[in-house]
Design a protein around this ligand. Structure first.
Ligand SMILES: O=C(O)C(=O)C[C@]1(C(=O)O)C=C[C@@H](O)C=C1
Length: 282
């Protein structure tokens, strides 16, 4: 059956591009959603759907809200994709940069282009739900004076003129996306254990001296590499935190042993997914 993948954004957005690249060998349908929140609602209404979710970017940092949406849902991670992001500044044909007064885009995209946008103070930054959605709106409503920060493909798709390419602050601009789905579907899609070399977990520690350090020491003892750790405040318990950790490893068996070893030291452990690590796009 043809896979259906929910994305936040409309055709031509980066989620759309990442979904098509991750499932490059398959013909997929992408289902546009207006926000990450809507995406999770759509996913929970239909267990046969997949979703693709931006989780962090090498310039703008983590999408904190998406960590929490994932934890509060029952979705499991089945894979990841790391995509090079290159933004353009695009406007209606005939407009020059000096004529523009407003720039619309997804907040993460605006943040990735801060240096360029600071050099153009005539462009007032207005956050929108999507990069491609901004391009589409400018084209459909014929918004003179507006530009979108979007991918070149989105500019082309909606008939905008590219005024400047590669406006991201640093060319090493990558976004990591997670592929998520219902646990039943996740079990069907699970790679063989020999191909699993990454896991994402979330846990809390008691508020005692050295609690987190003991957990990390155990991971190190089992040769588990901590590729990322992100803390998030626990709402209602001031100055207490939940930890999201990404672990990479060579041996699935050693990883499972490390999880059993840390279990007595941590609370509320949830394994968000076990999958194959993705290499960066060049
Ligand atoms: O607006 C888009 O095109 C998106 O797919 C969203 C998004 C994000 O959520 O970070 C995806 C990748 C880029 O980092 C910029 C924006």
């Amino acid at each position: 059956m043809k896979k259906r993948v929910t994305i936040q954004g409309v055709a031509g957005c980066y989620h759309d591009a990442a979904a098509r690249k991750y499932f490059a060998d398959e013909d997929i349908d992408t289902i546009p959603c207006e926000s990450f929140h809507d995406m999770f609602e759509t996913l929970s209404d239909d267990a046969s759907l997949l979703g693709i979710l931006a989780i962090e970017n090498t310039i703008a940092g983590s999408l904190l809200q998406n960590h929490e949406l994932l934890r509060k849902s029952h979705m499991q991670i089945v894979g990841e994709y790391k995509m090079r992001i290159s933004h353009t500044l695009a406007a209606l044909p005939g407009q020059t940069i000096d004529e523009l007064t407003e720039v619309n885009s997804h907040p993460m995209a605006l943040r990735q282009c801060e240096q360029f946008l600071h050099r153009h103070p005539n462009l007032k930054m207005i956050e929108a739900f999507d990069t491609a959605g901004s391009a589409k709106e400018i084209a459909e409503k014929k918004l003179m004076g507006h530009a979108a920060v979007c991918g070149e493909y989105a500019a082309e798709l909606y008939g905008l003129n590219v005024l400047q390419r590669e406006i991201e602050t640093n060319r090493r601009n990558y976004t990591r996306f997670l592929i998520i789905t219902d646990p039943l579907m996740a079990a069907e899609m699970a790679p063989p254990e020999t191909d699993i070399n990454k896991a994402s977990i979330v846990f809390t520690t008691p508020h005692t001296q050295g609690a987190l350090s003991k957990v990390l020491t155990i991971f190190s003892f089992y040769d588990i590499n901590l590729s990322k750790i992100q803390s998030m405040p626990i709402v209602g318990r001031e100055w207490e935190y939940r930890f999201y950790a990404d672990l990479t490893f060579d041996s699935y068996a050693r990883y499972r042993q490390s999880i059993e070893a840390v279990r007595p030291l941590i609370n509320d452990l949830r394994i968000l997914g076990e999958y194959t690590e993705c290499k960066n796009e060049i």
